[in-house]
Design a protein around this ligand. Structure first.
Ligand SMILES: [Zn+2]
Length: 65
């Protein structure tokens, strides 16, 4: 195993910190419902038309009809 210099360790640690910072931000993704302007969190949504739970359910019903 190669020995890392202090400078290399600094680079590795700051890279890890950067990744953690990005992950935290991703978990707190604030979205605004396109229909009622309600603010809500959804870390899984990546589209351009976010809808709150209420309006998402209505959309599903409308599609089923
Ligand atoms: Zn809504």
């Amino acid at each position: 195993m190669a020995t890392l210099t202090e400078e290399q360790w600094d680079t590795i640690i700051s890279t890890f910190r950067e990744i953690n910072r990005k992950n935290e931000k991703k978990c707190e993704d604030l979205l605004i419902c396109k229909k009622c302007k309600l603010q809500f969190f959804n870390k899984n949504y990546h589209g351009n038309y976010p809808l709150c739970d209420k309006h998402r359910n209505n959309t599903f019903k409308a599609i089923v009809k």
